[in-house]
Structures are given as structure tokens and as C-alpha cells.
Design a protein around this ligand. Structure first.
Ligand code: MRU
Length: 342
């Protein structure tokens, strides 16, 4: 797989996911404002990848700060963090990464500013490396739930493209495949932005993992036929009680899975758990541009120009529909994930 994001020669390079699968091109960020644009416009997307981008954005912004003392330097860092933090509200990894970078700076406040700037680049690369390691660990913990011959339904893209590499939900699928299991994946296309059709189908095909693309409204049909053995999805934010926000349409998949007695798993790193909120009702849901609904991928108009539109980008699946949450620290019943804080 080509890298989703990397720090190279003083710039942040993001694989432009708005152009996949037709073109493999990179968006080069020379400033932290470019990084924020990349996050807001979905050039990079997926909760853990957004976290890595935010960390790199802070490191990139810090390089250009001209301050002479720590207080002024930190003041500028706070401005950079607010700008990056204003891009997308739901994925908690964005705020997790920003807070981590701020804490890191504070813990080195006695060092010369040039040294702090260098250390920030290392720290951002560490966020990237740790994310890939977490995904590989998640894969090992989750692969036990996939049996030889299983067909797995996934929604949106929780793969290498949505993370520093390897993926969360698709990481579990990759790990099962690496164990020699014969598996098939059904990928929901994921209207309105088509992450399933454009990204999941592409990355699984790149890895020779058999994938069948379906439209979102076909999931129930295939479940009823007995074609799906389990569902695995990622998450953008998991509340303390195990309620999980993920791409719009995930809740419908979970309810359908319950009706058909199909296990429904969420795979996400601990950085996606928001221990500060008691339940999913507290998760802010991003409302996106109407054109995503009235047009196919911003190009072909498919609805009357002035029709009223709603476009929530995420929904919350209540913990009771989730069989287990797979993290890098093991698989947990949703009601037990609060223990990860202890
Ligand atoms: O709007 P997106 O494409 O950023 O939404 C992404 C998802 O909903 C993913 O499933 C989630 O971030 C988990 S990614 C490992």
C-alpha cells in the first residue's frame, strides 16, 4: 500500500483520497493551514488518520513560529491548534492528537525553542508509528472472531487509508487473511461520499482480498439470505458506555445485524475512546455540505436544485447492538471499555 500520510523533507504529504480510485496523487502541505484544509475537505479522512494529520500539522506550524520565548511560542501554538481543531467535530482523534502535542510541548518547556521544534517532528512521526502498531495489535486481537470461510460486511472505510496504515476494521480483516483464512468482504458503498466504493473496494483489491461492492440498501437483503457471517466497522468516537459514532448508516447496519443474529464488531484504538463523555448523546455530529447529497460526488446533480437537505456525516450505534469493541489492548464488551482508563 502507498502511504496515507508522511512527513517528507519538511512538508506533510497526504494521499489525496478525493481522487481515489481514479488517480493516485499526493496533496503537499507546506503550512498548517494546508493541513487543516486537507482534513476539512476529506483529502485525508478516517479518525486515526485525522489524528496523525493533526499532530503533523502542529509540528509543521511550529516550524514557522518566530517567537523568542516560550510564552510567545506557546501562544502561537494555541492559535495553530484552534485552527486545526475547527476542521471536523466528530472524530475525537483530532482533539486527542492536538492535546498530546500541547502536553508534549509543555513537558519540554525548559528546552531551547529550536530543540522543541525538532522534537515536535519526532513526536508527530511517533503518533504515526504508534497508530500502525496499534492497528497491528488490534488485528491480532480481532482475527479470532473471523473463521475460515467467513464473509464480513463493512461500512465506510476503516482501512489503511483511514489510519497511519494497516487499518482498524480492515486491519482485523487483513490479520485474518494473513493467518491463511479464506475470507470474503462485502463493502457498503457508503453514500453520500462513497468511501466504501472508492476507498474500501480499492484498498482491498490492492491487497488481493476478495471484495464485493454493494449499495447501502442491499445489506439487509444479503443478511436475510445468510450471506453475511459478521460485521466489522471502525469508529470516530466511542463514549464511556460503549456507544460508538461512525459513518452515517452504521446504525442501520447494526440494527439489521441484530435482527439477523449476526455479530457486530467495532474496531478502534484507545485514542478513539472519549472517556470524558458518559454516552453517545454527547457526541457532536458533523453536518456536511448539501451538495454531497444533491450531487454525486460534487459533480452530477441528482436532486432538484432547491430541495431541503439533511446531511449528518455520522450516527451513533448504541452499545447494546455491539458484540465487542476490538482495541489494541484486547477485545472488550462495550460496557467494559471504561476499564481501559484504570
Ligand atoms: O467522513 P470520514 O470518511 O472521515 O468517516 C470515516 C469513518 O466513519 C470511519 O469509519 C472511522 O473514522 C473509522 S476509521 C479507522
Amino acid at each position: 500500500m502507498v502511504p496515507t500520510i508522511e512527513w517528507k523533507d519538511g512538508i506533510v504529504r497526504m494521499l489525496d483520497q478525493t481522487r481515489l480510485p481514479l488517480e493516485v496523487t499526493y496533496f503537499e502541505c507546506k503550512t498548517y493551514q494546508d493541513v487543516a484544509k486537507g482534513i476539512k475537505e476529506l483529502i485525508i479522512r478516517g479518525a486515526p488518520a485525522i489524528g496523525v494529520a493533526a499532530a503533523m500539522g502542529v509540528a509543521l506550524g511550529a516550524q514557522d513560529v518566530k517567537a523568542q520565548n516560550f510564552t510567545d511560542f506557546y501562544g502561537e501554538i494555541e492559535k495553530i491548534c484552534s485552527h486545526i481543531g475547527a476542521t471536523r467535530p466528530t472524530a475525537v482523534n483530532l482533539f486527542w492528537a492536538i492535546e498530546r502535542m500541547k502536553r508534549f510541548i509543555q513537558s519540554h518547556r525548559e528546552r531551547p525553542l529550536n530543540a522543541i521544534k525538532e522534537l515536535l517532528i519526532e513526536e508527530a512521526n511517533r503518533v504515526l508509528r504508534e497508530d500502525v502498531e496499534a492497528n497491528r495489535a488490534m488485528g491480532k486481537h480481532g482475527a479470532q472472531f473471523i473463521k475460515d470461510g467467513n464473509t464480513i460486511l463493512t461500512h465506510c472505510n476503516a482501512g489503511a487509508l483511514a489510519t497511519g496504515g494497516y487499518g482498524t476494521a480492515l486491519g482485523v480483516i487483513r490479520a485474518a487473511k494473513e493467518q491463511g483464512k479464506d475470507i470474503n468482504v462485502f463493502a457498503d458503498e457508503t453514500r453520500p461520499v462513497l468511501q466504501g466504493a472508492r476507498l474500501t473496494a480499492w484498498e482491498l483489491m490492492e491487497d488481493n482480498i476478495p471484495v464485493t461492492l454493494i449499495t447501502d440498501n442491499m445489506a439487509g437483503y444479503f443478511m436475510k439470505k445468510g450471506a453475511i457471517d459478521l460485521c466489522i466497522v471502525g469508529a470516530d468516537r466511542i463514549a464511556r458506555n460503549g456507544d460508538a459514532a461512525n459513518k452515517i448508516g452504521t446504525y442501520s447496519v447494526a440494527v439489521l445485524a441484530r435482527e439477523h443474529d449476526i455479530p457486530f464488531y467495532v474496531a478502534a484504538p484507545v485514542s478513539t475512546i472519549d472517556f470524558a463523555i458518559p454516552s453517545g448523546e454527547h457526541i457532536p455530529i458533523e453536518e456536511r455540505n448539501r451538495a454531497e447529497v444533491t450531487h454525486v460526488f460534487g459533480k452530477v446533480q441528482i436532486a432538484p436544485a432547491k430541495v431541503r437537505v439533511a446531511n449528518p456525516a455520522f450516527d451513533v450505534t448504541p452499545a447494546r447492538y455491539i458484540t465487542a469493541i476490538i482495541t489494541e489492548k484486547g477485545a472488550f464488551k462495550p460496557e467494559d471499555i471504561y476499564k481501559l482508563t484504570e
